[in-house]
Design a protein around this ligand. Structure first.
Ligand code: FES
Ligand SMILES: [Fe+2]
Length: 362
């Protein structure tokens, strides 16, 4: 569709919509913009001399790691009879289809058909995806190669900072990627985590927005129960805070990525620095592969973080499990109606939805 007028939040109905004048965009039918760098696997899961099948929004992709030479990513569909190439064989710096043995180079060009002379191979090519490995993740650029130069590669300084220890998130969740953004941005859902977190009161401090980003600030107080050990270990040393200083959490969606930073009162560096991306798996974008780096600042006695790591894993797994269940239930409810009927009331989520729709593909 073409955008005929400047999008705005429609406040007249109970449903939060972005109104493009001629058409109301449905956030759950909004595709992700492919013109960004997306991780599709943990680097460690692509073994030497092997292939790994992944998908991006329904597109089959094969990752290949030659024993000598750079890893590469191709369309996972042989140009001959369309079978997946990941069942093939890595031979030197090439990939040999598992059926008739057509040979593809790292650019996706068929360079040999074993039973024909080489002049007959020329027209055969599979799509090549630019790829990069960083932060323990295998990234591809699934968009228009001409736009690659303009796409900022994620910059995660805490990932290389020895003051931080990283926990990787790598899980598939059966919901549209926008549910994930909303779930993290909306800190008013602490009630969901009441068994693990106890009684937490969320205070919304404000929000800011730009064309391709939205962020919200929060602080928290404890209304009942005691602080869970996993959270206590995660937040580490608490510096002496001046009167009036309080903990601050800033959650930011800078399309298409999302971050969460948590500063304990009086600290200069975040105790928790989280980076997430929710990569659509299927064509309808009803499933996503969540990749994340949860970077936790080491306390003064750094070894304590290693010692308490199992508590942190247990605690964060519990929180993620609850978030996964609720997001999948949201997707199920959407599927039953086949339209977004959410009655959103929170301005931060309305603003976030606007960014996700405006920057997505309709
Ligand atoms: S199907 Fe791949 S070589 Fe024939
Ligand atoms: Fe949550």
């Amino acid at each position: 569709m073409s955008i005929e007028s400047s999008p705005k939040i429609n406040e007249s109905s109970g449903i939060t919509e972005v109104d493009f004048g001629s058409e109301i965009a449905d956030i759950r039918k909004t595709g992700i913009d492919p013109n960004f760098w997306y991780p599709v696997a943990r680097s460690k899961d692509l073994k030497l001399g092997k292939t790994l099948a992944v998908t991006f929004s329904g597109d089959p992709i094969v990752l290949v790691r030659p024993k000598n030479g750079e890893a590469f990513a191709l369309e996972n569909r042989c140009a001959h009879r369309q079978v997946p190439l990941d069942i093939g064989k890595v031979a030197g710096c090439t990939l040999k289809c598992g059926y008739h043995g057509w040979v593809y180079d790292a650019q996706g060009k068929c360079i040999s058909i074993p039973y024909l002379d080489s002049s007959k191979t020329k027209r055969n090519q599979v799509r090549h995806y630019p790829s990069r490995e960083a932060y323990g993740l295998f990234f591809i650029f699934p968009g228009d190669p001409e736009k690659m130069e303009d796409a900022m590669f994620p910059n995660l300084p805490s990932a290389d900072n020895p003051k931080y220890k990283t926990r990787y998130l790598n899980r598939k969740v059966d919901c549209h990627y926008t549910f994930m953004h909303e779930n993290l941005m909306d800190m008013n859902h602490q009630f969901l985590h009441r068994k693990l977190m106890g009684g937490i009161k969320t205070m919304f401090l404000g929000m800011r927005e730009g064309k391709n980003w939205f962020e919200a600030d929060y602080t928290f107080t404890r209304a009942s129960g005691s602080q869970p050990l996993g959270e206590k270990f995660m937040l580490g040393d608490r510096p002496k805070a001046a009167a009036g200083e309080r903990d601050l959490m800033t959650i930011r969606t800078e399309y298409p990525y999302q971050t969460l930073k948590f500063w304990t009162a009086g600290s200069k560096e975040p105790a928790l620095d989280l980076w997430n991306i929710y990569v659509p798996i299927d064509k309808d974008n009803k499933k996503n592969h969540t990749f994340g780096l949860m970077m936790i600042k080491r306390p003064k006695m750094g070894f304590l973080l290693d010692m308490f790591w199992p508590f942190i894993i247990w605690f964060t797994n519990g929180i993620f499990a609850e978030d996964r269940v609720i997001c999948e239930l949201e997707q199920k409810a959407f599927d039953e109606n086949d339209c977004d009927s959410n009655n959103e009331v929170f301005p931060a989520i309305k603003g976030l939805r606007k960014v996700l729709i405006e920057n997505g593909i309709r």
